[in-house]
Design a protein around this ligand. Structure first.
Ligand SMILES: [Zn+2]
Length: 245
């Protein structure tokens, strides 16, 4: 999904403007999770004793409750980036996430690629989501993760103006299309270990929801989260974005 988008942007801009290289650079800056060209985003500090689990595209009535049970059974907290329209449809589930002590973040209202949206649409997507989450959770929303990782100066400015820290990631696999929890956990473990060798912390993304389907089957992603927690809870401290911002 991610690489398709990057290629799509490069091809689209290159063909229109005849500036393939420049367009490629823009696409890199807008989409690559590690790029800071358009402004600072939080990824992960150099604290290899810590790990952060983050979950995108929920709340999912079919799978988020199961995930919450798994996290609670291990006494681990994670950060949940919620789609505003889904949160509006599932206020009780949002409250359950918050009451379990997990920070929630803004993942836009309808999960568009914000790099292609007008300034007013970006404002609407973010403000509406924060308004809904704050009404349900009763607390300010402090974190924003752009859908597909797509950000521009306008997107980052809007997030900051609304009081949010943009959050990217450095450990993700295509969990949304992988049926084996073992393979998801294995691929993420390789990334975690590679980051550890470089003295870095992993900011891990898994999907408990799906932006195309509010009740998407996320059995393998949720199970993979359980495998990672079981594997690392004796040696690492699981933290949320609250520890890093
Ligand atoms: Zn997403």
């Amino acid at each position: 999904m991610y690489s398709t988008l990057v290629n799509g942007i490069s091809a689209g801009l290159g063909a229109t403007a005849g500036l393939g290289l420049v367009a490629g650079g823009c696409a890199y800056a807008a989409m690559w999770p590690g790029s800071q060209i358009f402004g600072q985003s939080l990824i992960a500090p150099r604290r290899p004793g810590e790990l952060a689990l983050t979950f995108d595209d929920g709340p999912n009535p079919a799978w988020t409750p199961r995930l919450l049970d798994i996290l609670a059974s291990h006494g681990v907290q994670a950060t949940f980036f919620l789609i505003g329209s889904y949160a509006q449809a599932e206020p009780e589930l949002v409250r359950r996430i918050v009451e379990a002590g997990h920070p929630i973040g803004n993942h836009s209202w309808s999960h568009p690629n914000l790099a292609f949206c007008s300034a007013s649409r970006v404002e609407d997507e973010l403000a509406r989501t924060s308004g809904t989450l704050e009404q349900v959770a009763g607390a300010p929303v402090r974190y924003f993760r752009p859908p597909f990782g797509a950000r521009t100066p306008e997107v980052l400015r809007t997030a900051k103006r609304l009081g949010m820290v943009p959050v990217m990631w450095n450990a993700m696999t295509s969990d949304w299309r992988e049926r084996s929890a073992d393979r998801i956990a294995e691929r993420l473990t390789e990334k975690i270990e590679r980051l550890t060798r470089r003295g870095r912390t992993a900011n891990i993304v898994l999907h408990d929801g799906g932006h195309l389907d509010r009740s998407a089957n996320r059995e393998s992603s949720v199970a993979a989260a359980g495998l990672l927690v079981a594997r690392y809870k004796g040696s690492r401290q699981f933290v949320t974005m609250d520890a890093w911002s």
